[in-house]
Design a protein around this ligand. Structure first.
Ligand code: FES
Length: 165
């Protein structure tokens, strides 16, 4: 599945330079416009295409390196389309105390993916988060925005199957 198709199934618009330029122009007047622009691009396309870097640099009169530095500094920004499903795994203390670290290693191994990465079939993106407010029922996760408590490999697989149905 190409990045373009992934963009479509996940409800985001496909990357479009003209649309991106419009978004950039809409925020360029703001103080410290780089971050709002990056957020707006990610909200629209689901990620920030690296082709946006020169567009932003030109609009804000910054160097490409400055914009690229900002894009890579914040882990919230994706540099490529996310998978069809997003799994956010809580790495904060209460979840750690009930074995989240070991579980996360198992999850990454089972899905053959790294943090912030997407499975090869384009189905699942795995991201770390820090406390979802579900500390009493850790290890906790969000699967496509839905909270899942007492996570293990089976409940995660079930949640993904449910979301795919
Ligand atoms: S520590 Fe994981 S939900 Fe709070």
């Amino acid at each position: 599945m190409s990045g373009r198709d992934l963009g479509r199934v996940s409800g985001y618009e496909s990357w479009d330079a003209e649309r991106a330029a419009g978004i950039i122009a809409g925020h360029a007047h703001r103080e410290g416009a780089t971050l709002p622009i990056l957020h707006a691009l990610q909200e629209t396309f689901g990620y920030v295409d690296t082709a946006a870097v020169p567009l932003i640099a030109e609009a804000l009169n910054l160097s490409r390196a400055e914009v690229h530095g900002c894009l890579t500094f914040y882990h919230d920004f994706r540099k490529e389309p996310a998978g069809r499903h997003t799994v956010k795994l809580c790495r904060a203390e209460a979840c750690q105390a009930v074995g989240a670290d070991a579980l996360h290693e198992d999850v990454l191994r089972r899905y053959d993916v790294a943090w912030h990465g997407t499975t090869r079939d384009g189905q699942v993106t795995v991201e770390p988060v820090f406390c979802l407010g579900l500390c009493a029922c850790g290890p906790a996760a969000l699967v496509d925005g839905e909270p899942v408590g007492r996570l293990d490999l089976d409940t995660l697989a079930d949640a993904l199957t449910e979301r795919a149905a």
